[in-house]
Design a protein around this ligand. Structure first.
Ligand SMILES: Cc1ncc(COP(=O)(O)O)c(C=O)c1O
Length: 359
């Protein structure tokens, strides 16, 4: 069977499983803010229409300036991209032919981007039973490669490694002239997040990736940015298609940057809902990853094969993300997004039904 490589677009998953897609489904396979885009986007939507008849600003000057101010860096240290995904492929191009270490399990696009650019790809596996990064081994392994990818907060586990860990990796990578790519696509779901931008000052080749599509619920229009030192960023920019970021995305991005209350409200909702789910899972003897963001891994500890559980959820229209293509997980867990109370009411009903079937 050919498993889809990403969450979202659930019709492909139903097709692959030869299952009829129920009329009503809830998609837990994509980690998008359940509140939808901020109100400002809906209220000012009409202002976007005139933008479609002109070419977008290829330098995204206004949005870049706003992001630079927010991050406390120079404009030349920000590169706006067509989602984090475009920036990952530009980084892959930068690393052409190099030896790359990916801390796994992680977002599959790092490996894709590296492989198409003839990189030699190695894995550093986290311990997903004890949920340990195995930092000491990582510090040794990074000496033998040209680049390290770390997804933080980690997709798919939802775990977050503190700034001290990133600081340590940045120093060590700088020592060995190893590129350090920290993908912070979900950083804004972390309560009390402490910026890692200051780690760039250790010199070396650190790159921070950010996405705006998750928190602001705009995956359909694509927006992300990269932060790095000026010389490195200038090199990455050379491979970027001229107008890859569209004018709607830029304008929406500018609006979203002023939405700090919405971000705060989202964090509160997600924390509250995640704790509610975890309490149910503990009572019902499901195992879950120690997530601090808007998705988590789940496993039914009463069964060794998770596939029947996965299939049951799909049949009931509760769509998890399979983990077949995450090294270190290999289908032994399911990943689910944290959504709102209505979606969870239905999800927990279905989970309770499964408990009855399975016991
Ligand atoms: C860890 C991580 N990084 C980057 C991306 C790409 O995000 P986007 O291209 O929507 O900004 C994703 C998407 O799921 C992701 O999970």
């Amino acid at each position: 069977m050919k498993w889809p490589t990403h969450g979202s677009n659930p019709q492909f998953l139903y097709e692959a499983l030869h299952l009829q897609m129920p009329e009503s489904v809830i998609d837990f396979s994509a980690n998008i803010n359940p509140l939808g885009p901020p109100t400002i986007v809906k209220d000012r939507w009409n202002e976007l229409l005139p933008l479609v008849s002109d070419y977008p600003d290829p330098t995204a000057e206004r949005l870049t300036g706003l992001l630079a101010k927010k991050e406390g860096v120079r404009n030349e240290q920000i590169l706006v991209g067509n989602g984090g995904a475009e920036l990952i492929s530009l980084v892959g191009r930068l690393l052409t032919g190099k030896k790359v270490l990916i801390v796994q399990p992680a977002f599959s696009e790092y490996e894709e981007a590296c492989r198409v650019n003839q990189c030699e790809v190695r894995y550093h596996l986290m311990d997903v039973e004890s949920w340990e990064l195995r930092l000491n081994e990582l510090l040794v392994n990074l000496r033998e490669v040209d680049a390290v990818f770390l997804c933080n907060p980690n997709n798919p586990t939802g775990m977050f490694f503190p700034k001290q860990t990133i600081e340590l990796l940045a120093r060590e990578c700088a020592k060995y002239e190893t590129f350090l790519i920290v993908d912070e696509a979900f950083y804004d779901f972390i309560e009390g997040y402490e910026s890692t931008v200051s780690c760039l000052q250790h010199g070396g080749n650190m790159i921070i990736l950010r996405s705006m599509t998750k928190m602001f619920s705009i995956p359909g229009i694509r927006l992300g940015y990269l932060i790095a030192n000026e010389a490195l960023l200038a090199k990455i920019r050379l491979s970027k298609p001229h107008w890859s970021v569209n004018a709607i995305a830029m304008k929406v991005g500018e609006w979203c940057l002023s939405e700090s209350d919405y971000v705060e409200q989202t964090i509160q909702l997600i924390n509250q809902e995640r704790e509610k789910l975890q309490s149910f899972y503990r009572e019902q003897e499901f195992s879950y990853s120690p997530s601090t963001v808007n998705f988590y891994l789940l496993k039914d500890t009463k069964v060794s094969d998770q596939f029947p559980f996965f299939r049951f959820l799909m049949e009931k229209g509760m769509i998890p993300r399979h983990t077949m293509n995450f090294p270190g997980l290999d289908g032994k867990w399911l990943r689910l997004a944290v959504k709102g109370p209505t979606e969870h009411e239905r999800l927990l009903e279905v989970m309770s039904e499964w408990r009855k079937v399975d016991s």
